[in-house]
Design a protein around this ligand. Structure first.
Ligand code: GDP
Length: 358
């Protein structure tokens, strides 16, 4: 499955957040390099539609989709030249499908900041710079060969051109993801550049930031077009110990109406370019993960490869229509249930039953 790699400077709250994500006891220590081995944390994607489906179908179980996060060893300046754990860090990022940077915006004199001050703009730049430098190295190595190949084979010329353009953009200090409006990221896909991966930012904030809309907007603007989430990692880990009422009270006290982890799950899912479709029956109501743009047979293949091979058609009703109708029969009577063929592109929230040959 696709994963988001959690990165960030030391002491920004990565371990704290990761603990909350996994409910594991990954050591959260107040010093650099506390998190060394990459670990995977899986969180459920909250989906109220499943509760409603379970009610309509009398399902015994609810199975939400999940989002996976990998905890990546702490970066230091100079990772791209192999300092500290730089090489391992970059190798781990290369394996992740998206980059999730935790950025400290909380004030706490007891928690040392590696550079002696809380400065989200500078922190983001440190990480970006290492990734940009790593991509520049990749291109420097790859370009001579790409250009040589392009001379022999005209079909390879577009890739060589795209690589040169990418190099110029990186030279000007930009990540490729941030210029996706003017640069087609798919044109360099096979080069596996780090800054072409989707970015997501987690601002680890305290109450003063969480309740300051103007400050949040300026942080949003800072990272656009990347998505971002605001949460208090320490509070998130505390929430897991509390019953519902106490948890709500704690959230209220920092001006939040839902746990940050829920926002993070949604944002992570979105950043990865994923969406869900739903199946429901007496046994279970379930969300299945597919990529945005996937067709019906591809979606069927997520349940079982035989479903994709033997795909005939899909019986589909949108969740909204089913919800309004109140039952599958009522939805059918209202003409809301469609038969879709193999070219149908799935829409988030489709409730589906596949017909297939075995
Ligand atoms: P990492 O090095 O990025 O993994 O950072 P840690 O998760 O180990 O956090 C470093 C220190 O900051 C620990 O003492 C945490 O308890 C503390 N910390 C993490 N998140 C927050 C937060 O949101 N607010 C405050 N005040 N402290 C935090």
């Amino acid at each position: 499955s696709l994963t988001l790699g959690i990165v960030g400077l030391p002491n920004v709250g990565k371990s704290t957040l990761f603990n909350a994500l996994t409910r594991n006891d990954v050591l959260a220590a107040n010093y650099p390099f506390a998190t060394i081995e990459p670990n995977i944390g899986v969180v459920e994607l909250p989906d109220v539609r499943l509760t409603r489906l379970a009610e309509i179908f009398g399902s015994e179980k609810i199975l939400p989709a999940v989002v996976s996060f990998v905890d990546i060893a702490g970066i230091v300046k100079g990772a791209s030249v192999g300092e500290g754990m730089g090489n391992q860090f970059l190798a781990n990022i290369r394996e992740a499908d998206a980059i999730c940077q935790v950025v400290r915006v909380f004030a706490d004199d007891d928690v040392v900041h590696v550079d002696g001050r809380v400065d989200p703009t500078a922190d983001i730049e440190v990480i970006e710079t290492e990734l940009i430098l790593a991509d520049m190295q990749t291109l420097e190595k790859a370009l001579p060969r790409l250009e040589k190949d392009a001379k022999k084979n005209k079909e390879l010329a577009p890739l060589a051109d795209a690589a040169r353009t990418a190099q110029e953009l990186l030279n000007s200090g930009k990540t490729l993801f941030s210029v996706q409006d003017s640069f087609d990221l798919s044109s360099v896909r096979e080069l596996h550049l780090l800054t072409a991966k989707p970015f997501l930012y987690v601002f680890n904030a305290d109450e003063s930031v969480l309740t300051d809309d103007a400050r949040k907007q300026s942080l949003r603007d800072l990272v656009a077009p990347a998505d971002c989430v605001f949460l208090d990692a320490k509070v998130e880990s505390e929430l897991l110990e509390l019953d519902e009422d106490d948890a709500q009270e704690l959230l209220d006290s920092i001006g939040q109406d839902e746990p940050g982890l829920r926002q993070l799950a949604r944002a992570g899912f979105h950043t990865l370019g994923l969406q869900t479709y739903l199946t429901a029956g007496p046994k279970e109501s379930r969300a299945w993960t597919i990529r945005q743009g996937d067709t019906a047979p591809k979606a069927a293949g997520v349940i079982h490869t035989d479903f994709e091979k033997g795909f005939i058609k899909a019986e589909i009703v949108s969740f909204e229509d089913l919800d309004a109708a109140g039952s599958m029969n009522a939805a059918k009577a209202a003409g809301k249930v469609r038969m879709e063929g193999k070219d149908y592109v799935m829409v988030d929230g489709d409730v589906v039953e596949f017909r297939f040959n075995v």
